[in-house]
Design a protein around this ligand. Structure first.
Ligand SMILES: CC(C)(COP(=O)(O)OP(=O)(O)OC[C@H]1O[C@@H](n2cnc3c(N)ncnc32)[C@H](O)[C@@H]1OP(=O)(O)O)[C@@H](O)C(=O)NCCC(=O)NCCS
Length: 166
C-alpha cells in the first residue's frame, strides 16, 4: 500500500468512501463531479486499484490550506492509516509551500495526535467566509477547529497578515 496523489480513475472509489461517512454525518458530502473537478487536491492510500483512504487539501490562497474529506475504509480503521494520510497531507502541504493547514472536525483529538493544535474559527476568517456564513447549522455547529504550522518561518498571525495586505 502506498500514499500517492489521486488520479481521475480514483474518483468513484473516493466518492464511495466519502459518501459512506457523509451518510453517517461524519464528513461533508462531496459529489462525484466536485471530486472530479478537484481531483488534484486529493491524496490516497492505495494498493493497485483499491483505495484504502483519502484526504483532500483545499487551498485558501497561497498561505493556508484546509484538510478535508479524511476517510479510511471501515475494514481497516484503527491501524494507523488515518495518521499516515494526515502526515502525507502535511508533507504535501509543506512541499506546496503552504504556511498553515487547518481542519474543522468532529474528531479534534485525532488531529491533536497528529501534531495539530486547537484553535478557533474566529482565527480562520477565510473558512467562515467560504463555508460557515451560508451554513444552516451555523448556530448549532459543534465542529472544532485545529491548525498545524508546516512552514513556521512563513506563518504569521492572521492580524499581521491582514495588515500586510491593507
Ligand atoms: C478518523 C479516521 C480518518 C481515522 O483513521 P484511522 O486509520 O482509524 O486512524 P489511526 O488508526 O491512524 O489512528 C490514529 C490515532 O487517532 C486516534 N483516533 C482515530 N479516530 C479517532 C476519532 N474519531 N477521534 C479521536 N481519535 C481518533 C486513534 O486512537 C489513534 O491514536 P494513537 O495514535 O494514540 O493510537 C477514520 O476513523 C475515519 O475514516 N473516520 C470516518 C470519517 C471521519 O470521521 N473523518 C475525520 C473527520 S474530519
Amino acid at each position: 500500500m502506498r500514499a500517492r496523489r489521486a488520479k481521475p480513475a480514483d474518483v468513484v472509489a473516493i466518492h464511495t468512501l466519502v459518501a459512506k461517512y457523509a451518510a453517517q454525518g461524519l464528513l461533508l458530502p462531496r459529489t462525484e463531479d466536485e471530486i472530479r473537478a478537484h481531483i488534484g487536491r486529493f491524496l490516497v492510500l492505495a494498493e493497485k486499484e483499491y483505495i484504502f483512504g483519502c484526504v483532500a487539501l483545499e487551498p485558501y490562497g497561497t498561505e493556508l490550506a484546509e484538510i478535508r474529506s479524511v476517510a479510511v475504509d471501515d475494514a481497516t480503521r484503527g491501524r494507523g492509516l488515518g495518521a499516515k494520510l494526515v502526515q502525507f497531507a502535511l508533507a504535501e502541504a509543506k512541499r506546496r509551500g503552504f504556511a498553515r493547514v487547518f481542519a474543522v472536525t468532529h474528531a479534534p483529538d485525532f488531529f491533536l495526535r497528529q501534531g495539530f493544535a486547537a484553535t478557533t474559527r474566529r482565527l480562520l476568517p477565510e473558512k467562515i467566509e467560504r463555508d460557515c456564513r451560508g451554513c444552516s447549522k451555523q448556530r448549532s455547529c459543534h465542529l472544532a477547529a485545529v491548525v498545524a504550522v508546516v512552514h513556521p518561518e512563513r506563518a504569521v498571525l492572521p492580524v499581521l497578515a491582514s495588515s500586510a495586505t491593507a
